[in-house]
Design a protein around this ligand. Structure first.
Ligand code: LHQ
Length: 264
């Protein structure tokens, strides 16, 4: 599949996906959503990818749904079938991102609005440029948060913050996003992609299978009872105990050297 609205690059074990409609602040279209699904599905199957970076080209991260996709129908006095649209787009895309076996890092380079915030919170780790801004813009057009926004955001920032952000639609800057836990790091704008790439390379050199199981266990643990979570940890740990990376980690510790993990 040749992509028109995203750019996929590889740098060693890091795959970098950039939304690529910079003039429209990378507003999401059906085409872009299909392309992201395809790219993430290929990454799921690619054992050579050990970390993924999701970012935006130009000054925006993602302005959410491209509102012009429906403009004609509104102007004609119709109402688009939003539920059907969601089924074809975000209801496919968001679970694919969340269930990506490899760690996924959102490098939020600029504004994130509506479904653009959902894309960011579907990732495992969020790094923000000083120029990043976030708005749950849904309310400004009389909608509820969608694309996983009601499920993902409270898990990231908590119930009270998620309600306030979603009910006001207020724009928050990168520093505030850091304060409320929406992102975990704010990096200088002029070296943002270099620093985000270096971070991703560090993650890609970690024991990938353990990271993959960790994100799954933590996600599933949020909706499991303690006994179920302990059993899931036990079974994952039994699997990790058999990996080459576990052996390498233990030997490196014994030999007082840095481990060289291969993701196996
Ligand atoms: C855009 C967009 C955009 C098209 C900027 N669409 N062009 C799901 C299913 C179905 C229906 C609806 O929704 C959803 C989920 C959602 O995501 S709902 C939320 C949709 N997003 C928004 O409501 C955000 C709309 N955008 C904005 O509020 C502003 O553009 C932000 C705050 C993101 C950025 O503001 P500025 O930095 O001042 O940039 P700008 O407004 O000048 O935008 C630059 C260009 O990007 C401009 O195009 P132009 O040709 O005039 O230069 C905008 O029209 C275009 N653009 N967002 N969502």
């Amino acid at each position: 599949m040749a992509y028109q609205q995203i750019v996929v690059e590889r740098d060693g074990a890091v795959a970098r996906l950039a939304l690529n409609r910079p003039d429209k602040l990378n507003a999401l279209t059906q085409v872009m959503s299909d392309e992201l699904c395809d790219a993430f599905e290929k990454i799921h199957e690619d054992g050579g990818v050990r970390a993924v970076v999701l970012t935006g080209a130009g000054r925006g991260f993602c302005a959410g749904q491209d509102l012009t996709e429906f403009e004609e129908s509104y102007r004609a006095g119709d109402r688009p079938d939003i539920e059907q649209h969601l089924d074809k787009t975000y209801h496919r895309l968001i679970p694919i991102i969340v269930r990506t076996p490899q760690p996924v890092i959102a490098a939020v380079n600029g504004v994130a609005a509506g479904a653009g915030v959902s894309l960011a919170v579907a990732c495992d780790i969020r790094l923000a440029s000083e120029e990043a801004r976030f708005t749950q813009a849904f309310v400004k057009i009389g909608l509820v948060p969608d694309s996983g926004g009601t499920w993902l955001l409270p898990r990231v920032v908590g119930y009270a913050r998620a309600l306030e952000l979603s009910m006001t639609g207020d724009m928050v800057d990168a520093r505030t996003a850091l304060d409320i836990g929406l992102v975990t790091q704010v990096l200088p704008a002029d070296s943002f992609m270099e620093e985000a790439s270096a971070y991703a390379k560090r993650v890609a050199a970690m024991p990938t299978r353990a990271l993959s199981a960790t994100k799954r266990l933590i996600r599933e643990g949020l909706t499991a009872d303690l006994d179920t979570a302990l059993a899931a940890e036990g079974s994952a740990q039994a699997e990790m105990g058999q990996t080459e990376d576990h052996l390498e980690g233990v030997m490196a510790f014994a030999e007082k050297r840095e481990p060289r993990f291969e993701g196996r």
